[in-house]
Design a protein around this ligand. Structure first.
Ligand code: PLP
Length: 401
């Protein structure tokens, strides 16, 4: 028995892990099986054909590691770079900070651009650095597409333009953990060399798959990359791809069946419709925040995230109390403020298999909590603003038209 049982469904609005849809839960509810018998390779073959679609890539090679986003980071770095290689990376929140920490611990020479939390990549700084790098010592530019700690989405197309303008050959490695399958991501068009995500975010699966997609240039780089790698070595995978058995070690079988269904659901809705749904949910959340008289941690509209909103609360309130109370009183799970913004922001995750009415439930919960803790909010104000917008913009469900 769950000692923390609460009636009804937990309203899970942390920015990952997110709700798992029923069809995915059912697809994963199965026994183990011999992964060397024909069904798992057949399933994997189809998955590998479909996974690049979520990155909008036709040229990328996908890898499905039994790991998390952190492992996917490591795979991207160690397969393409050698120890002491120089990387330019931007620290703008807890996840970009953690990736940079990993880069340093893996012995890369990281040129860290510190950005104020709530802002995104400064393109002019990137341009200056690349222009100054006449000898092409910089081997990679690493960027978190959507900084989950602050709700900042970076403009990858603009970063690619700067790299191209400078005619710089560095690899472009992108963390799409809280963006892929929710925010437009065009791996081929934007010249992303390694794109990666984690299963527990917009794919709405359990944690446990680190999904990596490598461009032809990244695969080429692997041939000379001297970083130590074992578990995450792409070459081991490629060897088994050739053999048609696909797995250098035991795959997470149930997760693969879950991934099949998760992809089917996304393709049934249409990836661009999924992205449009996130655009609506993001906008609705921001309208509610505005109606409550609160600020978005994200400093400029161009960086607004459609998967997570970090809400800044007045200094007389500790945002940790908001998160605690939401869970204790309303069975609502919100995201804590992390590191530099701990106590100052709480986060509403609005990603994955989620609809308009679920979001409105969350927003009404947030209003009640704000009132509970003494913030002067008019109950219904945020919900009304969000509902007015959603009522105007929500399309018919494609499969029911
Ligand atoms: N990158 C981003 C943008 C994230 O939001 C997270 C986790 O929330 C990670 C990486 C790390 O992923 P994981 O916790 O699956 O290792």
């Amino acid at each position: 028995m769950d000692p923390f049982y609460g009636p009804g469904r937990n309203q899970l609005f942390v920015p990952g892990p997110v709700n798992i849809p029923e069809p995915v839960l059912h697809a994963m509810n199965r026994n183990n099986e011999d992964y060397r018998a024909p069904p798992v390779p057949a399933l994997t073959k189809k998955l590998l054909a479909d996974v690049p679609k979520i990155f909008k890539s036709t040229t990328g090679t996908p890898f499905l590691f039994p790991t998390t986003g952190t492992g996917a980071w490591e795979s991207a770095l160690t397969n393409t770079l050698s120890p002491r290689d120089r990387i330019i990376s931007f620290e703008m929140g807890q996840f970009s900070l953690l990736w940079i920490d990993q880069m340093k611990r893996l012995n890369f020479d990281v040129d860290v651009v510190h950005c104020e939390w709530g802002t995104g990549v400064d393109l002019e700084i990137l341009r200056t650095k690349l222009e100054a790098d006449k000898e092409h010592k910089v081997k990679a530019i690493c960027c978190v597409h959507n900084e989950t700690a602050t709700g900042v989405t970076n403009n990858l197309a603009a970063i690619r333009t700067v790299i191209d303008d400078c005619m710089h050959p560095a690899l472009f490695l992108v963390d799409g953990v809280s963006s892929v399958c929710a925010i437009d991501f065009r791996m081929d068009e934007w010249g992303v060399d390694v794109a990666l995500t984690g299963s527990q975010k917009a794919l709405s699966l359990p944690t446990g798959l680190g999904i990596v997609c490598a461009s032809p240039k990244a695969l080429e780089a692997t041939k000379t990359a001297k970083s130590l790698r074992v578990f995450f070595d792409w070459n081991d995978y490629l060897k088994f791809y050739k053999l048609g058995t696909y797995w250098p070690y035991t795959p997470s079988i149930q997760l693969l069946y879950g991934l099949r269904t998760a992809l089917d659901l996304i393709f049934l809705e249409g990836l661009d419709n999924v992205i449009a749904r996130h655009t609506r949910l993001g906008r609705a959340t921001r309208l509610a925040v505005e109606a409550w008289g609160l600020k978005n941690c994200t400093q400029r509209e161009e960086w607004y995230s459609d998967t997570v909103t970090a809400v800044v609360i007045p200094p007389y309130i500790d945002s940790t109390e908001i998160v605690k109370r939401a869970w204790k009183r309303y069975n609502l799970s919100l995201g804590l403020g992390l590191n530099k913004v701990a106590g100052k922001v709480f986060r509403i995750g609005h990603l994955g298999n989620l609809n308009e009415l679920q979001l409105l439930g969350c927003l009404s919960g947030v209003e009640m909590v704000l009132k509970d803790i003494g913030y002067p909010v008019k109950l219904g104000s945020g919900v009304a603003a969000a509902a007015a917008y959603l009522q105007m913009t929500t399309p018919l469900i494609a499969s029911r038209v």
